[in-house]
Write a protein that binds this ligand. Structure first.
Ligand code: G3I
Length: 510
């Protein structure tokens, strides 16, 4: 599946809310749990803006249930902080170990989260045997590593940081066993190998201190411009976002992201945190909140910015104090898993209205359960609900929902049915349409519409029992379908998308 989503509806009028949230840091500091019951999560808010909101994690943390409760609910995307790096996955040449990475992808799958793979080719956390290789053997070892690791995670990783941190801060290429053996050609070679191993993954080059305009981001721009011109398979550029309040906010971040997007690439903030000198005081936390806010706003200001990942969500598991003694407090939640002012600032920047739900069409959300007892028979039976969480009635005549699936083998024509709806099945329209550009998990969608009517504030359509089959009644394999879920009770479903007059207002398209 793709992490990308381009058709986005923006909600106006955020600045007043944002100011309140950022100025209200003292109140937020002592606020209770982050996600009050029924409150939209960070990922819900980001999804409504056509983005994901994710967090890094690491294997030892997965045994901390208070931590995983929030990791599994608040975030829609996971990046393994260490578990897919070379020293973990191929500690000895040709001996691969995927146990730790598999634990992370397993967690993500269990929580309906996408995964950014991190990272295939990096100068750091390399086992000694790579550095000891004769130069003539490095390319083959690199290609083999990429082939095995990206091949193993094919289907469970949506994007890869194929090459990590290729530049020094002055914009010159960083030396590494790969650069030393192949010059900068190692980057194109790595991308081609990753594409061959996993043609569906979005392939990124990722670096730090490239968030703003400057020599290092110029170097990245020159590099990826050349790769795009040569037809090398690069899909995106990752901007790590390891910021520090004492160094100032990166200048021109939005413009910088935009120039990469203008090359036809996705951009993403991949490792966001904002450190400060300890002990952290109210002023530092308030400044930090504005940095988080400004990063979110920079991303939302660029259509091709597909999402934001924080480099773990809590100070409890931050890499910062270990790497920068005396610094820390870099994350959205404190050591006790309590949300900090930055958390409120991110919510506000993502469009949270502070409670009660947004007004207007942006308040619509889809809920889904599978009504199917078999995932391999000749019918697909999604149960759908449309909910209006806002404060105003929504005219249903322009509203549609899409359930995304793969047709698999057999006929390309379909029949669709509504088996039951409290609205009356005759008020619903339904059809299957083929996607012009299929993605992993989807080459068709079931589209459900409403001929007329309105949905009152705070109400749901109730269950709409839909059913579809191919006209030759051949079987489906639903397990890999984008919108399919195994749950038999209704839950918010960001992979079932909702539109008003054709404009996406809820969820992520495949
Ligand atoms: O696993 C060993 C453990 O056995 C040992 O007892 C302990 C003692 O120091 O070290 C443990 O390894 C640590 C490893 O994280 C796993 O926790 C390493 O020392 C430590 O250096 C390593 O740090 C990681 C760092 O990359 C290494 O460069 C951080 O967790 C990880 O968050 C960080 O992530 C990087 C991104 O990959 C790239 N961008 C920058 C970012 C922050 O440095």
């Amino acid at each position: 599946m793709s992490l990308t989503k381009r058709s986005t509806r923006r909600r106006p009028g955020r600045s007043a809310v944002l100011l309140l949230a950022v100025c209200g840091v003292a109140a937020a500091l002592t606020a209770g749990p982050a996600a009050a019951a029924g409150q939209e999560t960070l990922h819900d808010l980001a999804s409504a803006q056509g983005r994901y909101f994710g967090s890094a994690t690491d294997n030892p943390e997965l045994s901390d249930s208070a931590y995983t409760d929030t990791l599994g609910s608040e975030f829609g995307q996971i990046t393994p902080g260490n578990s897919m790096k070379w020293d973990t996955t191929e500690p000895q040449q040709g001996r691969f170990d995927f146990a730790r990475g598999d634990a992370i992808t397993g967690f993500a799958q269990a929580h309906g989260q996408t995964v950014r793979g991190h990272t295939l080719v990096w100068h750091s956390q390399l086992p000694g045997w790579v550095s000891a290789l004769p130069s003539a053997q490095v390319e083959a070892a690199m290609v083999n590593h990429i082939t095995e690791v990206a091949g193993h995670y094919r289907g469970s990783v949506a994007a890869w940081d194929v090459v990590n941190e290729p530049f020094n801060d002055d914009g010159t290429f960083r030396t590494s066993p790969f650069y030393d053996a192949m010059g900068s050609d190692y980057i194109a070679t790595a991308l081609r190998a990753a594409h061959a191993a996993d043609p569906d993954a979005r392939l990124y080059i990722n670096d730090y201190n490239t968030e703003g305009l400057g020599a290092k981001s110029d170097a990245m721009y020159d590099l990826v411009s050349g790769l795009v011109a040569e037809g090398v398979p690069v899909d995106g550029v990752g901007f790590q976002g390891h910021l520090a309040v004492q160094y100032g906010f990166p200048g021109g971040m939005r413009q910088n992201l935009q120039r990469f997007a203008d090359l036809g690439l996705d951009v993403a903030v991949t490792e966001l945190d904002v450190r400060m000198q300890l002990p952290a005081g109210a002023a530092g936390l308030a400044t930090q909140a504005t940095y988080y806010r400004d990063v979110v706003e920079a991303c939302l200001g660029v259509e091709r910015c597909v999402g934001i990942t924080v480099w773990d969500y809590t100070d409890k598991y931050s890499w910062v104090p270990g790497a920068f003694p005396g610094q820390g407090a870099a994350n959205l939640y404190d050591d006790n898993l309590r949300p900090k002012p930055a958390y409120a600032a991110v919510r506000a920047a993502l469009g949270d209205d502070g409670g009660g739900g947004p007004a207007g069409p942006g308040a619509l959300r889809a809920r889904y359960r599978s009504n199917d007892s078999s995932v391999s028979d000749n019918q697909i039976k999604p149960g759908l609900q449309l909910v209006n969480t806002g404060g105003a009635a929504v005219d249903l005549s322009g509203v549609t929902l899409r359930y995304w699936f793969t047709g698999d083998n057999g006929a390309s024509s379909y029949g669709t049915w509504c088996d039951w709806s409290p609205l009356g099945c005759s008020t619903l329209t339904h059809r299957v349409a083929a996607m012009s550009s299929p993605h992993t998990g989807a080459d068709h969608y079931l589209e459900v519409g409403f001929g007329s009517g309105s949905l009152a504030p705070g109400t749901s359509t109730g269950e709409m029992q839909l059913r579809l089959s191919k006209t030759d009644w051949s079987n489906f394999d639903e397990t890999d379908d984008y919108s399919h879920g195994a749950g038999d009770s209704y839950a918010d479903a960001p992979k079932v998308t909702v539109y008003v007059d054709g404009e996406l207002v809820w969820g992520l398209e495949p």
